[in-house]
Design a protein around this ligand. Structure first.
Ligand code: TEU
Length: 564
């Protein structure tokens, strides 16, 4: 039922260009920097590089606000630099997947500049323009056409004084939403996608693609408790119409092309919806990024009010997705990306058990069924950063949240604590290549300071250490490439109610794989099913764990993989 997708045994590595490697000393990572570091990725053994946006952009949201889809931002280089990067990726036997950000453009995109210029501009209908709410004077609080909250704080509508109408932006006001109901918009996007595929790229990661189909009636959402704002999600998130758009995109762009990868980023998507999006027979996307497992530690006040993770809830969630997509569809597997705090700080222990917890979490994730994604620096065990004050943060989501929360009377130190734990800049500090100045990322001043722990945590120190986080990730990638049971085997969760152990079995024909991980600081004793012996251990993250007489004893954050 899975078709024969090559990506079932592949591992994807995400590059966030701004923070990967800077070749020209301006403090901002760039395409030539990425090209110069490709051997790092080849050494890790990954199959695909997903590049976060490098298109022309005012950088209000670090490139997720695009002003020209067919140009490279000068901060990142030129189209010639891009072609060279692509050729070098292909020369190493890897593929390159682009970020596709088409729920919205930048407010500086020529389409929006035209659209906002007058009410009768031919591109007016390319975006969502609406007058003030009936009975309200434009510009007054509450006059927004709907009560929808933006993902980045405040209302999702901004008044454009020139024409006296509001435009919709689910994210920042500098990211106006495209109107996908307009066929001209869809054709323009398809044409742009074909242009990149013709250039040789191997697919797309589609930004918030389940949010592109809005209910044209634009109803209000249920009140959320923040200053009259409502939850618009039911009216723009994962609506039936988005399946039409994705199937049309498949016909217009992907049909007849081989070897591509498409992954839809889908906030709020449920497993039953994901199964439809990724059913190969429906020709929509190969896999989706879901958010359930990275929302389990959100508290009553939302993502910036985190609570400790309950491991049982994590197992219930990931286990349910494994079961739901076992016969039809396909999972993507991730702990980290450019929007999430670093997993070793979030679900692990970035103090005393830094190496053990980084490698245990990696083991648990990578041996599930699905396609794993490694976010730059995760393979080095990079941690969250200190961020002493709000002046040290750059991310638009964090800055907007701080402004709104502090204006609403919340203690600034409480807000900072939430941002330190969950803010997106944690993922965006420069990659730690070596122990030298700015971690070898740049010869200039980095746009976001390097984490001071780079003197201890860096790539150079790990290449020569066979027990490093880097080599553990390398071995996990290798296991997927060499063991069909890792790529294709059935999944069975063990000990679902245990609060500290994460254990499961994979099975394909006669092959069995057993994963045992202690995600805590106390020693754990696991009783093994008959047949498992010490000689079956194929991977361990310490040399201390013991398998003997039908049991395994796992010390703090120890993980074992057995195979027979
Ligand atoms: O993110 C979409 C998304 O829903 C969230 O992860 C979001 O980043 C935020 O954390 C909500 O609290 C995608 C991109 O990955 C993100 O970088 C962009 O800022 C966003 O879309 C808009 O393009």
């Amino acid at each position: 039922a899975q078709g024969t997708g090559w990506w079932r045994s592949a591992v994807v590595y995400q590059v966030y260009p701004r923070s990967f490697a800077d070749s020209d000393g301006d403090g901002i990572g760039d395409l030539n920097g990425i090209t110069s570091r490709l051997d790092h990725l080849a050494r890790l053994g990954v199959d695909v590089v997903w590049l976060s946006p490098v298109y022309a952009s005012p950088q209000a949201d670090n490139g997720y606000d695009i002003s020209d889809y067919q140009a490279i931002d000068p901060a990142f280089g030129t189209l010639a630099d891009f072609d060279r990067l692509l050729a070098e990726v292909h020369a190493r036997g890897m593929k390159l997947v682009m970020d596709l950000v088409v729920n919205h453009t930048s407010d500086q995109h020529a389409w929006f500049v035209e659209s906002r210029s007058s009410k009768d501009n031919p591109k007016r209908d390319w975006y969502w323009w609406r007058p003030a709410r009936e009975g309200f004077e434009a510009g007054r609080p509450g006059a927004e056409p709907t009560n929808w909250a933006s993902f980045f704080s405040g209302p999702s509508w901004t008044l454009d004084e020139a024409t006296g109408e509001y435009y919709l932006h689910l994210f920042d006001r500098r990211q106006p939403d495209l109107n996908w109901e307009n066929p001209e918009v869809r054709q323009a996007v398809h044409e742009m996608m074909r242009w990149w595929l013709d250039r040789g790229v191997d697919g797309f990661r589609m930004d918030v693609i389940n949010l592109i189909a809005k209910d044209p009636a634009l109803p209000d959402g249920a009140l959320t408790g923040t200053a009259g704002l409502g939850d618009g999600y039911p009216h723009y998130g994962t609506r039936e119409r988005v399946h039409d758009f994705l199937q049309e995109m498949h016909r217009e762009v992907f049909a007849g092309r081989e070897g591509l990868l498409t992954v839809g980023e889908m906030p709020g998507v449920t497993w039953d919806q994901a199964r439809r999006f990724t059913d190969p027979a429906r020709r929509e996307v190969d896999m989706v990024f879901q958010f359930e497992h990275v929302s389990l530690d959100h508290g009553p006040g939302g993502k910036f009010d985190p609570r400790p993770l309950d491991l049982r809830a994590l197992k219930a969630s990931l286990g349910r997705w494994q079961t739901a997509l076992a016969e039809v569809g396909w999972n993507s597997l991730y702990w980290n990306n450019h929007d999430q705090p670093r997993v070793v700080s979030r679900f692990g222990d970035d103090g005393g058990y830094w190496r053990e917890s980084a490698t245990a979490l990696a083991t648990v994730l990578h041996l599930h069924r699905g396609t794993p994604y490694v976010y730059q620096g995760e393979e080095l065990g990079m941690t969250n950063a200190p961020f002493p004050s709000i002046d040290d943060l750059r991310d638009v989501e964090s800055l907007n949240h701080y402004r709104e929360a502090v204006a609403g009377g919340v203690d600034p130190e409480v807000v900072m604590a939430g941002l330190r734990a969950m803010g997106r800049d944690n993922a965006r500090t420069p990659v730690q290549w070596d122990a030298g100045p700015h971690a070898g990322f740049t010869t200039g001043e980095p746009w976001l300071p390097v984490n001071p722990n780079h003197t201890r945590i860096n790539a150079e120190a790990q290449y020569d250490d066979p027990n490093s986080v880097f080599h553990h990730y390398r071995r996990l990638v290798e296991l997927r490439h060499t063991r069909p049971v890792v790529a294709l085997g059935d999944f069975r969760m063990l000990l679902p109610d245990h609060p500290h152990l994460y254990c499961y079995e994979r099975a394909l024909d006669d092959a069995r794989l057993l994963v045992l991980a202690n995600l805590g600081a106390d020693e754990q004793d696991v009783e093994l099913e008959p047949g498992w012996e010490a000689e079956h251990v194929v991977l361990a993250n310490t040399d201390r764990a013991r398998v003997k007489a039908g049991r395994a004893v796992l010390g703090p954050w120890e993980a074992l993989v057995l195979e027979r």
